[in-house]
Ligand binder design. Structure first.
Ligand code: GDP
Ligand code: IMO
Ligand code: MG
Length: 472
């Protein structure tokens, strides 16, 4: 497979990273950072689909392990390697490189059938990770299992008259997390125990059938059939299951490097996002800790991925959404259709208050800006620098949906570069106006830009000075 030339693999020998690798930092920060492990969290800084999958794939060259920490098969992470496309939903993108291990952490909700369908994809692509004997892919024994009644309840609730439609992916994600928090869920370890599985499905099915029928008039699911199907699936996933918290901590102890792969985006986070139009998990940096069993002092840095503009799938507030032909242009050039559901993504201009907010709640140190090439034909590029709410300029993100309704975005308009950028891999070769756009984002968001993506392929990427050193 093709290697991105600018990146050096970090920690190739398994030796701990030398302190000198962090010389870009100064003073006290440097001292603190030297004690950190060789690990980074990478997450979406917007409402998902920022291009995390592509960036994780590029960075995985430098990491021993990539660990997914939240969400489920509501995610769709597309990677293109030498023109060949592969879209993963549950399996961390790192396993596309045979030398990199993939971990599905305890914070994930796992649909065993979806997992096995993805394993087949890896097999069809000739990738060793599909075979548990390769020891490359692992599932946490503490991850929660999505069962058919989760989908049943979600579908009924999303379509019921009078209920607030979130525009979910209808994969059963929310109801599975509800059961987890309600202490009523089934964990992967329990899925592997036939008698426990039978009892759990019998009791849960009875309860969910009763609720769904009473509330939504839904036809009941058959627990016997469900048990037989899930007992079969359990046998197939069993060889991948392990205590991944222990695996990750031991790997860090041994000097190996771990990249924590986020799904969704900061604004879809259950606590910090645009509630209730969010997903049901912690997609922010904190989720990497609770979702893998690795403590916060072991995390070296946080990398936020942002598009050069913004998209959103599903319902919910979107202050900079574009309603004219520019939105259509971005959708068409960016191929902005959901990888999971095929829904057209809503498009908007870059929203700096939201980016600053994401940087704040995640302690983001580095940004990766993707899809620069999509803006090549824009004459002008408005960027929202502040909000006006009730006549007052502000940067504070409203906590409630009513607050979002009163936002009047304040734009600064930059000139478009009107030149092709796709495939450019050196910063100096970017048009001057594209460089100015990036410098504006860095200045206004107070984060350093570590990488820039100019196309969907692995090689259509550039790494900025300092970022490479940070990683090794
Ligand atoms: P994720 O969920 O954050 O991994 O993002 P998705 O994979 O759902 O959506 C991002 C889409 O943009 C995918 O189809 C990628 O192949 C594509 N993509 C990523 N980076 C770039 C880029 O720099 N330019 C273009 N044109 N497409 C990109
Ligand atoms: P990746 O990892 C974009 C959105 C759904 C819906 C809301 C709740 O590819 O960036 P859910 O099924 O999670 O209960 O739906 O969250 N959503 C995403 N939007 N990218 C994603 O993942 C998403 N995962 C969930 O569209 O609005
Ligand atoms: Mg996606």
């Amino acid at each position: 497979m093709n290697r991105t030339p600018q990146l050096r693999r970090y920690n190739e020998t398994g030796a701990p990273r030398p302190a000198s690798a962090r010389t870009y930092l100064s003073g006290a920060t440097q001292l603190v950072s030297q004690s950190k492990q060789n690990s980074a969290v990478i997450l979406g800084a917007q409402w998902g689909d920022e291009g995390k999958g592509k960036i994780v794939d590029v960075l995985s060259e430098k990491f021993d392990i990539v660990a997914r920490y939240a969400g489920g098969h509501n995610a769709g992470h597309t990677v293109i390697i030498e023109g060949k496309k592969i879209a993963l939903q549950l399996i961390p993108c790192g396993v596309l490189r045979p030398g990199c291990k993939g971990v599905i952490g305890n914070g994930v909700v796992l649909d065993p059938a979806a997992f096995l369908a993805e394993v087949k994809k890896l097999k069809d692509a000739g990738l060793p990770a599909h075979d548990p004997a390769a020891g490359q892919l692992f599932i946490s024994n503490r991850a929660q299992v999505i069962l058919p009644y989760h989908r049943m309840i979600e579908l009924a609730a999303e379509t019921a008259p009078g209920r607030q439609t979130i525009g979910t992916t209808r994969r059963g994600i929310g109801p599975a997390y509800e059961d987890k928090i309600h202490r009523n869920g089934l964990r992967v370890i329990d899925l592997l125990n036939p008698s426990l599985l039978r009892t759990h499905i019998h009791n849960a099915c009875h309860e969910k059938n009763t609720i769904a029928h009473a509330l939504f008039g839904t036809e009941p699911l058959d627990p016997k059939q469900m048990y037989e199907e899930y007992a079969r699936l359990a046998d197939q996933i069993a060889p991948f299951v392990t205590d991944t918290g222990e695996l990750l901590n031991k790997a860090l102890d041994a000097g190996q490097s771990v990249l924590f792969e986020g799904a969704q985006g900061a604004l879809l986070d259950i606590d910090h996002g645009t509630y209730p139009y969010v997903t049901s998990s912690s997609s922010t940096a904190g989720g990497a800790v609770t979702g893998t069993g690795v403590g916060p002092t072991r995390i070296g840095t946080v990398i936020g991925v942002t598009k050069a503009y913004v998209t959103r799938v599903g319902e919910g507030p979107f202050p900079t959404e574009i309603s004219d032909a520019s939105g259509e242009l971005l959708r068409a050039r960016g191929k902005e259709f959901g990888a999971v559901t095929g829904r057209p993504r809503r498009c908007g201009w870059l929203d700096l208050p939201l980016l600053r907010y994401s940087n704040m709640i995640n302690s983001t140190e580095w940004l990766v800006v993707t899809k620069m090439d999509v803006m090549d034909e824009c004459d002008e590029i408005p960027v929202c620098t502040h909000y006006k709410i009730d006549g007052k300029l502000t940067d504070t993100i409203p906590a409630d949906i009513r607050g979002f309704k009163s936002i009047v975005p304040q734009y600064t308009t930059l000139k478009g570069w009107k030149q092709p950028t796709q495939g450019i891999t050196e910063y100096d070769k970017l048009p001057k106006l594209a460089q100015e756009y990036l410098e504006f984002i860095a200045k206004e968001s107070s984060a350093k830009i570590g990488m820039i993506s100019t196309g969907p392929d692995r090689i259509e990427t550039m790494v900025q000075p300092g970022f490479d050193a940070l990683l090794g």
